[in-house]
Design a protein around this ligand. Sequence first.
Ligand code: HEC
Length: 143
Amino acid sequence: MSRTKIVLIVIVGLFIILQLVPLNQTNPPIIKDAATPSDIKLILKTSCYDCHSNETEWPWYSRIAPGSFLITRDVVEGRKHLNFSEFSDLDAFDSTDIADEIMEVLEAGEMPILPYLLLHPGASLSDSQVKTLTGWAETLYSD
Ligand code: HEC
């Protein structure tokens, strides 16, 4: 067998083996969806919910390794930081904290993250959407 053939077989074999690695691509139950005005909900659902809720849409390419590893990691990490499906009994301290973080990422233009925007151009936020979201985040501050 030629070298090239062997290399190809090894690459294809590795690719197949990678597909067998189990991933935690689940949508856990919604404990309590964040109560937000409908214009806010629409922006959050379009731009944030895939990584910050339990209503993640997993497209076909999210199932194919090795890209699936990166996508799954973003969702797991994203939910850890902020989960709009588990937004119920935030105490005053928590909601102030979350408001701060949301304002921070919006002002820095950090969210949604770039690789996501390349695959979901419609999720990028316009200036006026950033303003709307920032205004809403301010209402999360407890006095
Ligand atoms: C493709 C997945 C993805 C999308 C979409 C996304 N995020 Fe994130 N987000 C992450 C990940 C991963 C982290 C944790 C790591 C980090 O901070 O980069 C995070 C962290 C955060 C944090 C916490 C930052 C901190 O300082 O701890 C906030 C707040 C946040 N995101 C808000 C948003 C908002 C608001 C949107 C929508 C406009 C959004 N994200 C869209 C993946 C995403």
